[in-house]
Design a binder for this molecule. Sequence first.
Ligand code: FES
Length: 146
Amino acid sequence: MNRKKFIKTCGIAFVGLPFASALLTSCESIYYATNSIQNNKIIVPLSEFEIPKKNSTAYRNFVMVKTSNQDFPICLYKTGENQYTASLMKCTHRGCELNVGGGIYSCPCHGSEFDTKGGLLEGPADQDLKTFKTLIKNENIHIEIS
Ligand code: FES
């Protein structure tokens, strides 16, 4: 490869990198965590955030929590060390199920967006998401649903 062709190839790779990165960020996979219900609390083991690798452990940014008595899943999002938020994935505009990716929740119906704490970022919705209190206890996250 001559010098001119090398520079051209590197330039294309350099320009394409941010797009590839954005695409990968928006393709975070959805993982439904195992859970149990006790006294109006959904219990999710902290280990559900772990992704075992060959010689290490990676961690998910979020997991989805679905129980048989909910119409919509709850997204349990890790926002810091031992800090988690739990938001109902039901858009406050007209009730569509939200998507998660790129650090926000977005509505496929009319485009509303919410942050990972359930706060409204962009309409047409005009209210924050329904959120639930979380508590870490004995290697589990307790989501208070009452
Ligand atoms: S239902 Fe979500 S923006 Fe309309």
